[in-house]
Design a protein around this ligand. Structure first.
Ligand code: BMP
Length: 223
């Protein structure tokens, strides 16, 4: 129920930084999410080499937000390095955008995850105002999963009520303020955790602490 966000800090050797963390926590996490900082630092092919250290779901978080044909071009490149899932923004809408991406994902066997709300405060300025429309795009696309904020549990509960079948992935745990396990209790399937683990003196110990907190909270809320 823990997905690691692997975002290397600026100025480090991003490949060895990532490899060290992968070796420490690769067997503990249920998936890994990579994004632009890592891809820009080491390039897509080496991201592929790195991902082979991880078991579980491998998510490319380039937050795709373009016309459908161009998102499909990006998707094809990501699929070629063994990515299992891609994250795109729902706000680009269904027709000519998410519809095409969703079909190509299905052809390539890649899971589609759509952002319907975000963990930073500004999400309530725009995205949360139109959350029903964003959720509707996810529903029409039959998206495998959606991103919702661990920092606003009422939003997680709402998304769960609207999308009973979709996986809900929640970032915002740790540095952004949410506690491990709370989003799971609100209906999420996975918590995405980055710096709390990756910037820790002992990433392994921190990952184990997150897992233990998740287990304890779930034991209470799912009783
Ligand atoms: P951290 O745990 O270090 O705050 O990292 C959170 C991760 O989740 C980052 O990779 C970020 O891009 C991502 N994320 C987020 O923080 N909020 C969102 O709403 C959506 C995200 O993908």
């Amino acid at each position: 129920l823990l997905i690691l966000a692997l975002d290397p800090p600026t100025g480090v050797d991003a490949f060895s930084w990532s490899m060290r963390i992968a070796e420490e926590v690769g067997d503990l996490v249920h998936g890994v999410k990579i994004g632009l900082p890592l891809v820009l630092d080491i390039g897509l092919q080496r991201v592929g080499d790195l991902l082979s250290v991880f078991k579980g779901i491998k998510i490319a978080d380039l937050k795709l937000a373009d016309i459908g044909d161009v998102m499909c071009l990006t998707l094809e490149r990501l699929a070629s390095i063994g990515i299992d899932a891609v994250i795109a923004h729902a706000f680009v809408g269904f027709r000519g955008a998410i519809d095409k991406l969703s079909s190509r994902c299905r052809e390539l066997g890649v899971k589609l995850i759509l952002v319907v709300s975000m963990s930073h405060p500004g999400s309530s300025e725009i995205m949360d105002e139109v959350i029903d429309k964003l959720v509707d795009v996810a529903r029409r696309a039959c998206a495998w999963g959606v991103v919702a904020p661990a920092t606003r549990l009422d939003v997680v509960r709402y998304v769960r009520s609207q999308l009973p079948e979709a996986k809900i992935l929640c970032p915002g745990v740790g540095v952004q303020g949410a506690s491990p396990g709370d989003a799971l209790c609100a209906g999420a399937d996975y918590e995405i955790v980055g710096r709390l683990i990756t910037r820790s003196d002992s990433p392994r110990r921190s990952a184990l602490e997150v897992l233990e907190m998740q287990r304890k909270k779930l034991a209470i809320c799912r009783r």
